[in-house]
Structure formats: structure tokens, C-alpha cells
Write a protein that binds this ligand. Structure first.
Ligand SMILES: Cc1cc2nc3c(=O)[nH]c(=O)nc-3n(C[C@H](O)[C@H](O)[C@H](O)COP(=O)(O)OP(=O)(O)OC[C@H]3O[C@@H](n4cnc5c(N)ncnc54)[C@H](O)[C@@H]3O)c2cc1C
Length: 305
């Protein structure tokens, strides 16, 4: 008998019996998924249980990750932080974590109401990969990588490969850790929502300074399926900064950067192949462009302040 607890739970109407495994280590969790291929992992359940409750998902079993202590904290490894996938938004929002990775802490503090932040995890946010996932633009700007544990062994890949589906999670694989380079330089995350108070992003911007590489990295969330990196705008603004001096920019340069980012992420429609002129950008897209431009301008200004 394995060391993880195996229980049975009755389905909503008592019609189906489902397996619930509660492993206490990553190895046990991988084994539990291998033993029950139709089971799915569940961390905080804030995304998954919404799908189960609405009938969109009927998993053959659940592998709960909440008792795996090794993925609920973080450690240091070669100039990077190794973040456990089970870190909750609430934990990442605390001051000690904010001192380490300020932009991720800011995103965690903005990720929904307190009940959601107490339960929802970094791993769940990444695997759900919703366009409005607040941690995603931060991880893209930080050029983080993910460490996966599976029946075939462990592997590491850039977070962008996972998010874009270039290299998706394989059957039975778990997201174990997220490796985030520690840049020891200002970084920001700003988010616009459609209403006052906690809400999903209509647009978000993460911006980090990387003095060692003399780079500015920026990622825009919520305006496309995955976070977008406006690479030309990044290179342009980095070339304006005096990295050995004050690192300040004129307000006009910050404004121009914001517009550069916004147009790169929400481009003008292209003319049709038959030569028909391109349609005008719809009013909603124009508004979104303004929002992105304002967020990027402010994010740069704050990082340089
Ligand atoms: C009311 C409400 C408001 C919200 N607001 C926001 C918001 O403002 N910003 C935001 O970013 N999100 C928001 N969310 C979404 C959600 O809270 C986050 O995406 C959360 O981080 C998901 O984490 P979880 O641990 O609850 O994931 P779960 O629901 O447990 O899992 C989500 C998915 O990830 C998989 N999974 C989880 N952990 C792992 C792992 N370690 N390895 C492999 N697969 C895994 C599960 O199988 C499932 O497919 C909101 C949700 C609700 C219900």
C-alpha cells in the first residue's frame, strides 16, 4: 500500500464513486497520476472545481496537491528562486516574497478576492493559462522556466513554451517548480480591470529592468491568448537608458514607449490580399490600446523612478 491516502468520495448525486488521492510528496503524486490516468491534479481548486461544478469537466479521479509541503515554499538556486507550484497568491503577496520578486508579489496581490488568493496557487494559474492569469505576464517578462515532474522523469522548459502550447504538459506530468532569475533591480506589475475592486484584467503590464544585461523586458497580459513581448519596443527603450548613470528618462520617452508597446500588441488591421483597404481599428481596440499605452508608460516610469 502506498503512503498516500486513498479515499473514495461520492459524486454529486451519489451516482458515481471517484478516487481522491492525497499524496504527501511529488513522487507519490506522479505515481498516483500514473496509477489513475483519468484523474486530474487539483491544487486550490479555484479554476478546476468551477469546471467540475458547471459540468464542463468530469474527471475520473482527483490527485490533491495541497499536502505536498515541498512545493509550498521557495528556495534559492544559482542566482534564481525556485518557487514551489503550490505557493498561494496570498503567500506570494507577503512582504518577504515581495522583497524577492516584487512584480510577482504585485500580481499575486491583484489576483482576485481574498478567498481566491488564499486558495489559488502559482501552479494552477500557469496550467490554467487563462489570458487574464495575472502571474503569466510577470513570468514571461522575467523569462522564468518551469520544472516538470512526470513518469518519464523531470524536465525544464521556458514558461513561454508551456503557455504557447509549443511544449505542453504531457500525460501524468506535474508542474513542480518555477525557476525565476533574481534580477535585484526594479520591476513592476500593473493591471486594469473593468470595475473597481478585485476583478479580472482587461489588460496588464509587467516590466522588469535587467541591469546586468542592460535590458528592459516587458510583457502585456489579457489582450491575447498568451502574454505578448513587444521586443522592438524593449530594445528601443533600453538603448535610451544610461545604465551606468541615473537610469532616468524624459516623460516624453516614457510616453513614446507606452505607445510603441500598445501598437505592437494591438496592431492595425492589415489590408486584404485583394488590395481592399484595411478596416479601421474598432473603438474597443482603440480603447484597449490607450489602456495598454498608459499601463506601459506608468510601469516604465515607476521602474525608473
Ligand atoms: C472568483 C474568481 C476570481 C479570480 N480572479 C483571478 C484574477 O484576478 N487573476 C488571476 O490570475 N486569476 C483569477 N482567478 C483564477 C484562479 O484563482 C487562478 O488561476 C488560480 O491561480 C488557480 O490556482 P488553483 O490552485 O486554484 O488551480 P486549480 O483550480 O486547482 O487547478 C487549475 C488547473 O491546473 C491544474 N493544476 C494545478 N496545479 C497543478 C500542478 N502543480 N501541476 C499540473 N497541473 C496543475 C489542474 O489540474 C487544473 O487543470 C479567479 C478565480 C475565481 C473563481
Amino acid at each position: 500500500m502506498s503512503t498516500y491516502a486513498r479515499q473514495t468520495a461520492q459524486g454529486a448525486q451519489g451516482a458515481q464513486t471517484r478516487n481522491v488521492a492525497l499524496p504527501s510528496s511529488l513522487d507519490e503524486a506522479v505515481a498516483a497520476l500514473a496509477a489513475s490516468p483519468s484523474a486530474v491534479p487539483v491544487a486550490g481548486g479555484t479554476d478546476l472545481m468551477a469546471d467540475v461544478n458547471s459540468g464542463l469537466l468530469r474527471p475520473g479521479g482527483l490527485v490533491g496537491l495541497g499536502r505536498i509541503n515541498e512545493i509550498r515554499g521557495w528556495q534559492y538556486a544559482d542566482g534564481a528562486a525556485l518557487l514551489g507550484a503550490g505557493l498561494t497568491h496570498a503567500r506570494m503577496g507577503r512582504p518577504d516574497f515581495a522583497a524577492l520578486i516584487p512584480a510577482l508579489a504585485a500580481a499575486a496581490r491583484a489576483a482576485g478576492p481574498p478567498q481566491i488568493r488564499n486558495a489559488g496557487t502559482l501552479g494552477g494559474n500557469i496550467v490554467t493559462c487563462a489570458p487574464t492569469g495575472d502571474s503569466l505576464p510577470v513570468l514571461a517578462a522575467l523569462e522564468a522556466s518551469v520544472l516538470l515532474a512526470g513518469p518519464e522523469g523531470n524536465r525544464e522548459l521556458p514558461v513561454s513554451h508551456l503557455l504557447t502550447g509549443m511544449d505542453p504538459l504531457r500525460q501524468g506530468e506535474l508542474l513542480a517548480y518555477v525557476r525565476v532569475p533574481l534580477l535585484h533591480a526594479p520591476q513592476t506589475f500593473l493591471k486594469a480591470t473593468a470595475r473597481t475592486g478585485p476583478g479580472r484584467a482587461t489588460a496588464s503590464v509587467a516590466l522588469v529592468l535587467d541591469p546586468a544585461r542592460r535590458g528592459v523586458r516587458c510583457a502585456v497580459g489579457a489582450v491575447a491568448q498568451v502574454p505578448l513581448r513587444p521586443l522592438e519596443a524593449e530594445r528601443w527603450v533600453a538603448s535610451l537608458i544610461d545604465w551606468d548613470g541615473q537610469r532616468s528618462l524624459a516623460p516624453e520617452a516614457c510616453t513614446a514607449f507606452g505607445e510603441y508597446v500598445a501598437v505592437a500588441c494591438i496592431p492595425d488591421p492589415l489590408p486584404a490580399a485583394d488590395g481592399t483597404p484595411a478596416p479601421e481599428l474598432p473603438p474597443a481596440a482603440i480603447q484597449l490600446r490607450r489602456t495598454v499605452a498608459a499601463l506601459a508608460r506608468r510601469a516604465l516610469g515607476r521602474a525608473l523612478a
